[in-house]
Design a protein around this ligand. Structure first.
Ligand code: B12
Length: 476
């Protein structure tokens, strides 16, 4: 069977203002995961429009498209194109799950929720010529017995972080702005791989660097500890996402750092307890953010802090306050977002009930545009403040001031190199990416992550020097 799998790019990707660095970070893991359910002799062409021009001329029998909110309009146009040619089109992913009726107009079959159970079921039906219109993932889900991801379908040289990996699905928490509740409706919403399978997948990845894209790698402490234990001695340098709460658990971060954790994405979201309560991010309430940062720094782990602007408690002072706080706590990199109510979330329902949603132009639901009426700010104040926060945080003055909160020279150097590397040399990155040499920058980034030798890990023989890999910065 001829199968075409596509990760469409958001409209922005074709604009002259397109910034390759933002979209050349991670390969399409979701599609490569689904591909593992196809037969060995199926002819699969997996394309990621963020990094390559799509070949739309071939005549596949089956087309599988992943739909994110910001790429929905492009995904639907591609689906229409292939249906007109007579192909059978499947649409799935987060946006399809939140708005199935919208997606149904462009697809032969749609998939709600994770595809690990429904896609194999569909393939059986499709081969028996009895495919259903809607496949919904429900009940006790598991990724314990899924086949290994088809990484050979990924064009590694096009990505800065080819070694991205996911060993769990979902998250144990219930924040009201998150996609999670709608996506995992009707079944369990946080589950992990078997540790042995996760370690085997890591062994298969060449080079040293890894980026775990799990929503919350530390969400199941028992699993996380066993994973970190197993990774000890592998000589990896890795990055991931975790919560303030998980950083404060005694012993866990230490184990992670010993197995090579060098930078953690932490969702601080807001410095206001009132905002935390209203967004139901209770796990951050009454937690000492500064203590969490200190624990990470003491263990040689850099912090990529994530912050949301525009929550109902935020007024015009939120931008400067947040930047000053992040800088004075020595946070190396920060990602800022304008609050964005995604369809299907509790936040969206609340905004809709209050008649505060401004429009449904999904292209602009990218966390850089205001799509709802803020409570204590005008839309213009919010957008301007957001851009100012980025400019301020990444000004040379603040990069140096942040770095100088540490009194060790090597740490200061690493801070400056890492923060400036992402934000101050973007034209260089763009040139390298356009020359399709993204992966060749990896050794430099690895050296920075490792603190120029200060934070090295033991290297085992199984991890050769063939293809080292990269770090992920705060690319927004
Ligand atoms: C890596 C990542 C990126 C990468 C690239 C994405 C990629 N290469 O896949 C980059 C950095 C480019 C990125 C950018 C953005 N991202 Co992003 N990103 C992620 C992240 C962290 C991991 C994705 C991943 O690999 N998951 C693991 C794999 C295994 O799962 P999966 O991809 O969801 O695939 C499974 C299912 O969805 C399903 N499935 C998916 N497609 C299909 C299709 C069919 C036919 C079937 C059967 C099943 C199916 O089956 C798969 C296996 O279970 C997610 C968070 C998350 N947990 O998903 C956010 C996330 C997807 N991003 C999000 C957002 C908002 C963005 C940005 C708009 C952010 C911004 N401010 O600019 C941009 C724009 C993206 C775009 N192109 O439109 C949101 C999406 C919200 C939504 N409702 O769509 C998420 C959920 C994070 C969040 N804020 O909640 N992102």
């Amino acid at each position: 069977m001829k199968v075409k799998m596509i990760l469409p790019a958001l409209t922005e990707a074709t604009s002259p203002f397109f910034r390759p660095i933002k979209y050349s970070l991670f390969p399409p893991l979701g599609l490569a995961t689904l591909a593992s359910h196809l037969d060995a002799d199926d002819e699969i062409d997996l394309q990621d429009e963020h990094v390559e021009r799509l070949n739309l001329d071939a005549e596949p029998e089956l087309v599988v498209i992943q739909v994110y909110i910001t790429s929905a309009s492009r995904a639907y146009a591609l689906a229409d194109h292939y249906r007109a040619k007579g192909a059978y089109v499947c649409l799935g992913g987060l946006h399809v799950t939140s708005l199935p009726q919208e997606a149904l107009q462009h697809a032969d079959s749609i998939f709600l929720g994770p595809g690990d159970d429904t896609f194999p079921e569909f393939l059986k039906d499709f081969r028996n010529r009895r495919p259903k219109k809607i496949y919904t993932s429900r009940g006790q889900r598991s990724i314990e017995h899924i086949p290994p991801i088809r990484r050979e379908l990924i064009k590694r040289n096009l990505y800065l972080v080819p070694n991205s990996i996911v060993v769990s699905r979902g998250c144990p928490h219930q924040c009201n702005f998150c996609y999670k509740n709608a996506f995992f409706e009707g079944g369990n919403s946080f589950y992990v791989q078997r540790v042995a399978d996760a370690l085997a997948e890591i062994e298969r990845l060449p080079g040293r660097h890894l980026y775990f894209l799990d929503d919350h790698l530390f969400g199941n402490a028992k699993f996380a500890e066993a994973l970190f234990e197993g990774m000890r001695g592998m000589g990896r340098l890795w990055q991931a996402a975790g919560t303030v709460q998980s950083v404060l658990v005694p012993g866990l971060i230490e184990k992670a750092a010993a197995s090579g954790l060098r930078s953690l994405f932490v969702g601080f979201e807001t410095l206001s307890p009132e905002n935390l309560r209203s967004s139901q991010k209770y796990q951050n309430l009454h937690k000492d953010y500064s203590a969490a940062i200190k624990r990470l720094h003491d263990n040689g782990v850099m912090v990529n802090g994530s912050f949301v602007f525009g929550m109902d408690g935020d007024d015009a002072s939120v931008f400067d306050r947040t930047v000053d706080w992040a800088m004075s706590n020595g946070i190396e990199t920060a990602t800022f977002h304008i609050m964005t109510p995604y369809p299907g979330t509790g936040l969206y329902q609340q905004m809709q009930a209050q008649n505060r949603i401004l429009h449904s132009d999904w292209d602009l639901y990218d966390t850089r545009h205001v799509v709802y009426r803020p409570a204590k700010l005008s839309a213009a104040e919010l957008e301007n403040g957001y851009w100012r926060a980025y400019r301020e945080f990444y000004s040379w003055k603040n990069i140096f001031a942040g770095a100088w909160t540490n009194d060790r020279w090597r740490e200061r150097l690493r801070h400056v190199a890492y923060a400036a590397g992402w934000k101050k040399f973007e034209p260089m990155w763009d040139f390298i990416i356009r020359a399709k040499r993204a992966t060749q920058m990896l050794p430099t980034l690895e050296a920075i992550l490792a603190g120029f030798g200060t934070h090295s890990t033991e290297t085992s023989l199984s991890n050769g020097l063939d293809d080292s890999s990269a770090a992920l910065g705060p690319v927004q």
